[in-house]
Write a protein that binds this ligand. Structure first.
Ligand code: 2U9
Length: 343
């Protein structure tokens, strides 16, 4: 039996040495080491040996098995190395070929403007807070001093999901939620960017648009704080030579309220088609937070005051980049965003 094992080892050594592919080598592994392989066949015949011979031959058979395993392993390494060398010589890369030009876009201009606005408010100490796009009537209307009987509620054409739930028409509910969470603590100084939804669709209004709303609540907050904040915002966004003016207006959630104009960014206030020859363009709405809103959000209007403002991101982007149709921002046309690569 020892002779038989020696002969298996000799033939196996030759055959393994002669294997030229990994497939051939695997066939040999099965032939010699597999369950139905030659070594196993020898081990099966051990029953015919005397009890003294059995451990000696068994030990030798295992040694032969290990040697064959080692031979297979070494040959496998060699063949893999050979395969790799072949690949490296065959698969050369022609570095003189021209590259494939990828048609990449850039950030949507609205994202660029939104980020810039967030940066400006963060630099003034505002915390950026976001909230749900689906709201209930209470947070979107009632808490903001817009009861169901209020005529302003008809002014806003709203996308209702159910009788109670709707797509928010402004980001103000985020501010109500934040104030309630703060449980009367001061100061509140937050800016809430996000998508809002209204049934509007024309060159200057889109049914989905983006806003950033700011809110500051503290003791002794006045309209002068509001005006200073908005002037700084306008100058950081459009240039330090810009002026602002406030015109009286009405919003249910602020009292007094104002519409805010910036000196025309196209003609520097001299008069042009962008400002209809007035030298001013409207950029946002603002006011002192209505006492009812403070109360609804857990703050005592006799103790604290606040100001708030709302800015349409599309409006700012249209002015900044001279875009005439709001729908260009939402066209998904790569030619639009490409123009803004690099800021
Ligand atoms: C709370 C209290 C008051 C937010 C305000 C405006 C005025 C405003 C418009 C600007 C352009 C909406 O995107 S737009 O169409 N917004 O004019 N928004 S004051 O007032 C608030 C907000 C939250 C708790």
């Amino acid at each position: 039996m020892r002779d038989k094992l020696n002969s298996i080892l000799k033939i196996a050594t030759n055959e393994i040495d002669g294997a030229n592919t990994l497939e051939q080598l695997n066939d040999l592994r099965v032939k010699y080491l597999g369950k139905k392989g030659e070594i196993t066949a020898v081990l099966r015949q051990m029953g015919s040996l005397s009890p003294e011979e059995r451990p000696v031959v068994g030990k030798y058979a295992n040694e032969v098995k290990e040697q064959i395993q080692e031979l297979v392993c070494d040959r496998e390494k060699e063949l893999k190395q050979k395969e790799m060398e072949q690949k490296l010589t065959q698969e050369t890369i022609d570095i003189t070929l021209p590259g494939v030009k990828r048609n990449i876009g850039g950030l949507n201009p609205l994202t660029i403007v939104k980020r810039k606005m967030e940066e400006v408010f963060m630099s003034m100490g505002y915390e950026i807070v976001e909230g749900p796009e689906i709201e209930n009537e209470y947070f979107n209307f009632e808490a903001l001093n817009l009861p169901s009987t209020h005529p302003a509620r008809d002014m806003q054409d709203t996308f209702y999901i159910t009788k109670e739930f709707l797509l928010r028409t402004h980001t103000s509910p985020v501010q109500i939620r934040t104030m309630l969470n703060k449980q009367g603590k001061l100061p509140v100084k937050i800016a809430s960017p996000g998508r809002v939804f209204r049934k509007d669709d024309d060159p200057t209004h889109s049914p989905i648009f983006q806003q950033i709303e700011g809110l500051v609540i503290d003791k002794d907050i006045t309209m002068a704080d509001l005006k200073g904040t908005l002037l700084l915002f306008a100058q950081k966004m459009f240039g330090t030579n810009k002026k602002i003016r406030l015109r009286p207006s009405y919003f249910p959630f602020t009292e007094p309220s104002a519409e805010v104009d910036i000196s025309c960014i196209m003609c520097e206030g001299n008069g042009c088609s962008t400002c209809s020859d007035t030298g001013w363009v409207e950029i946002l709405g603002a006011g002192m937070v209505h006492p009812n809103v403070l109360k609804n959000a857990g703050y005592d209007p006799s103790e604290v005051k606040g100001f708030a403002f709302g800015i349409g991101i599309e409006r700012v982007a249209m002015l900044k980049y001279g875009v005439k149709d709001i729908r260009d921002f939402y066209s998904g046309d790569i030619r639009v965003s490409k123009q803004f690569i690099g800021g």
